[in-house]
Design a protein around this ligand. Structure first.
Ligand code: SF4
Length: 69
């Protein structure tokens, strides 16, 4: 497991946005840690059409904080 900080995809509202209620995504936001081998789709409007896949440790300037639960 890796520690996830504010500004990284794991804490972003767009990470797995279309299934944001999935327990594993909620757990990342609550615990601030995620498995290093995880990938999910970024739902940011500027990335969604490209089907960008990111890890919880990735980041970009489109970061928006997700609700913790
Ligand atoms: S790539 Fe940017 S917008 Fe997409 S989930 Fe990561 S921080 Fe959020």
């Amino acid at each position: 497991m890796h520690e996830i900080h504010e500004g990284q995809c794991g804490m972003c509202a767009h990470f797995g946005e279309h299934h944001a209620e999935q327990p594993k995504l909620v757990q990342i936001r609550v615990k601030h840690e995620a498995p290093e081998d995880m990938l999910d789709e970024c739902g940011h409007p500027r990335h969604a059409s490209l089907h960008l896949q990111v890890t919880p440790l990735s980041s970009c300037d489109g970061f928006e904080p997700a609700q913790a639960a």
